[in-house]
Design a protein around this ligand. Structure first.
Ligand SMILES: NC(=O)c1ccc[n+]([C@@H]2O[C@H](COP(=O)([O-])OP(=O)(O)OC[C@H]3O[C@@H](n4cnc5c(N)ncnc54)[C@H](OP(=O)(O)O)[C@@H]3O)[C@@H](O)[C@H]2O)c1
Length: 283
C-alpha cells in the first residue's frame, strides 16, 4: 500500500513518518510538503503546496491512503481554503481513503474562529471523500509546556476561568495517526487523541510547582487583562487573538474529553501531561 503524508516536514508529520518507518512494514511511505528535500525518513518525497492545488493533484497520484496535516498558518480563511484544496486534490488524484487531522471540540464555527477551518475541513471531507477518517487532537502537552516555560518567572499561570483539558502529547497523536494509516477498519470513524485524564488549571499549576520546587498558582483573568499582558510581552495582535480563542475553548469545554483512542490506535497508553512537562522543564 502507498501511504502519503501531507505536511510531512512539520513536527507532527516527521513523527508520523518515524512511526510508519518503525511499524508500517510492507507499506511505502511518501512525504509531501513544499520542502520535500528536508524529509529524512521516507523513501520518497514529493512537492505539494496547499496554496497550489495542481501541485497537490500531482503529489497525491498513486496513493492508496493520505494523511492531511493542516498547515500552521493561522491567518483567517487560509487553512480552511487549504484543507478544501487538499481534499479536492485527493479526490481528483483517485486517493481511496483520506485521514484528516482535526481538533477536539470541533463544531460549527465561522472564520475567524480558530475552529472554523477544522469544521469546514471535516464537513468537506465527509461530503466528498470516498472513504475518510478524522483524528481530532486535543491540546498539545508540548504547546502548554512552552507556554508554561515562558510564564515561569511570573509564578502564576493564567486562564479565563475554570479549565478542563485532556492534554495529549504530539508523539501520541502521531502514533495514533500512524495506527490508522497502517491499520484496517477505520473508515468513517471520528477519533479523539487525548491524554488519559482531564487536568484543571489548578492541577496544572500544582504539577509545575512540584516539578520546579517553586510556588506556582493559577489565576483567572479577564479577557482584557490577559490580552493586555500578552501584548505587553510583545505578542502581535493576531497571535493574542488566537491565544484568547484557545483559552476561551479551554473554559468552554472543547478539550474536556477523554478517550482511550491513543491506546487503541497506537497500542500504548497515552503519555501523562506531567511526563511531558517534566521533560521540557528539565531541558
Ligand atoms: N492541538 C494543538 O494543541 C496544536 C498545537 C500546535 C499546533 N497545532 C496544529 O497541528 C498541526 C500540525 O502542527 P505541527 O507542529 O506539525 O506544524 P508545523 O511543524 O508548522 O508543520 C506544518 C506542516 O505543514 C506544511 N505546510 C505549511 N504550509 C504549507 C503549504 N502552503 N503547503 C503545503 N504544506 C505546507 C509544512 O511543510 P513545508 O513548510 O515544508 O511546506 C509542515 O510540514 C498544525 O495545523 C498546527 O496548527 C495544534
Amino acid at each position: 500500500m502507498k501511504i502519503g503524508i501531507s505536511g510531512a516536514s512539520g513536527h507532527l508529520g516527521q513523527k508520523v513518518l518515524s512511526f510508519l518507518a518503525a511499524h508500517g512494514a510492507g507499506h511505502s511511505v511518501i512525504g509531501i510538503s513544499r520542502t520535500p528535500a528536508t524529509l529524512a525518513d521516507p523513501a520518497e518525497g514529493r512537492e505539494g503546496d496547499y496554496d497550489h492545488p495542481e501541485s497537490l493533484v500531482r503529489a497525491y497520484q498513486g496513493l492508496d491512503r493520505l494523511l492531511i496535516i493542516p498547515s500552521a498558518d493561522l491567518r483567517p480563511g487560509v487553512r480552511g481554503r487549504q484543507l478544501k484544496a487538499a481534499i479536492d486534490a485527493a479526490r481528483q488524484a483517485g486517493v481511496e481513503h483520506v485521514v484528516l487531522v482535526s481538533a477536539a471540540g470541533t463544531k460549527e464555527a465561522e472564520e475567524p474562529s480558530i475552529g472554523a477551518p477544522y469544521w469546514d475541513g471535516e464537513q468537506h471531507l465527509i461530503r466528498t471523500a470516498p472513504r475518510w477518517t478524522i483524528l481530532r487532537m486535543n491540546y498539545y502537552a508540548e504547546s502548554m509546556a512552552d507556554e508554561i516555560k515562558s510564564s515561569l518567572g511570573a509564578g502564576v499561570l493564567a486562564g479565563l476561568g475554570p479549565e478542563r483539558v485532556a492534554y495529549v502529547s504530539r508523539d501520541d497523536v502521531a502514533a495514533a495517526a500512524a495506527g490508522i494509516l497502517a491499520g484496517e477498519g477505520h473508515a468513517g470513524a471520528i477519533y479523539n487523541a487525548t491524554g488519559a485524564a482531564v487536568v484543571t488549571g489548578e492541577e496544572r499549576a500544582a504539577i509545575v510547582s512540584e516539578l520546579t520546587g517553586a510556588p506556582v498558582g493559577f489565576a483567572v483573568l479577564t479577557q482584557e487583562q490577559l490580552a493586555g499582558g500578552l501584548a505587553q510581552a510583545g505578542l502581535p495582535e493576531p497571535v493574542v487573538s488566537v491565544v484568547l480563542d484557545i483559552k476561551r475553548n479551554f473554559v468552554a469545554g472543547a478539550f474536556d474529553i477523554v478517550t482511550n483512542d491513543v491506546e487503541r490506535l497506537a497500542g500504548r497508553p497515552a503519555t501523562p501531561l506531567r511526563d511531558v512537562l517534566a521533560a521540557v522543564l528539565k531541558a
